[in-house]
Design a protein around this ligand. Structure first.
Ligand SMILES: C[S@@+](CC[C@H](N)C(=O)[O-])C[C@H]1O[C@@H](n2cnc3c(N)ncnc32)[C@H](O)[C@@H]1O
Length: 281
């Protein structure tokens, strides 16, 4: 693992990202409309063999396993130990022996060549330090004619659910690290369609398509809960790691005001913009 890939591994195993293991119910509720679009594009069918890249705590592994049925197989891979442990627990509880998760790096994992029909990922493919060899490794895991269906964020300006609360509290936060450069891994690293195409085609994929997938991100109906979630996950959480209660309090107040202003009878919903990416081996 290169120095920076080790950095990703440290990051995804740090308290900054622990909510991916503990908060899957809330995350799934927010992502539901996007997940539905991804599942529709992926079209997992009975008996198919699927790899879920960066599967987190396993929500999509479970759904894929239900769809491929007992004759199929789903392998989820993630570098975050807490998420993989939670996914294992959920798979056992659901009684889906066709599902399995591994703690491993999808960029380098020795998949059996040609053993999968579908590569699938909900926001798990933007963190490879060297994306072309990583995707080449994943493509070799596909059988001839196999397909990929991936979801990745478009740029922050098109995702106010992520950028607007951060902008609202930015003056109250300690200095944030500079955003990653255009070729560096990160949440928005696949925002540029030309870059995604270059990576996938460079890795040998064919028929690469990127379709805008715009869905509301429904944040909930309780401003305090939404504010607390923003404090528990993402850039605001990271900026406040190690902050005192006195430093956190004004940030929470500002978030509360932000979400109360956006409250409607249906709760708070903000635009979310992703690329739905499909390709063939
Ligand atoms: C934004 S989270 C999405 C998790 C999950 N797909 C979901 O939608 O709930 C990204 C995930 O990718 C994982 N990840 C990052 N780099 C990875 C790699 N090289 N191999 C496998 N997983 C990776 C992280 O540990 C994290 O769980």
């Amino acid at each position: 693992m290169s120095g920076n890939a080790a950095g990703q591994q440290a990051y995804w195993n740090s308290p900054a990202t622990r909510a991916w293991a503990t908060e899957h119910a809330r995350i799934d509720a927010r992502f539901a409309p996007l997940t539905e679009a991804l599942m529709a594009a992926a079209g997992p069918g009975p008996g198919e063999r699927v790899i879920d890249i960066g599967c987190g705590s396993g929500s999509t592994v479970l759904e894929l396993a239900r769809r491929v049925g007992a004759a199929g197989a789903v392998l989820g891979l993630d570098i975050a130990a807490a998420s993989v442990a939670e996914a294992e627990r959920r798979i056992a509880a659901a009684g889906l022996p066709q599902a399995r998760v591994l703690l491993g790096d999808a960029a380098t994992h020795p998949f059996p060549p040609g053993g999968a029909d579908l590569l699938f990922s909900r926001f798990g493919v933007m963190f490879f330090e060297e994306p072309v060899p990583a995707f080449a490794n994943l493509r070799r895991a596909l059988a001839p004619g196999g397909r990929a269906a991936l979801l990745a964020w478009r740029p922050p300006a098109e995702n106010p659910w992520a950028s607007a609360p951060l902008a609202a509290v930015r003056p109250l936060l300690p200095a944030l690290p500079p955003p990653p450069g255009p070729e560096e891994p990160g949440q928005f690293a696949f925002g540029d369609a030309a870059r995604v195409r270059r990576i996938l085609e460079g890795a040998g994929f064919q028929a690469v398509t990127l379709t805008p997938c715009d869905r509301p991100m429904r944040l909930g109906a309780d401003a305090a809960e939404i504010a607390d979630f923003a404090l528990a996950m993402g850039p605001i959480q990271r900026a406040l790691l190690g902050a005192t209660p006195a430093e956190r309090a004004p940030v929470r107040e500002a978030l509360l005001a932000f979400f109360r202003e956006r409250m409607s009878p249906e709760g708070v919903a903000m635009p979310a913009a992703a690329w739905l990416i499909t390709a063939r081996a």
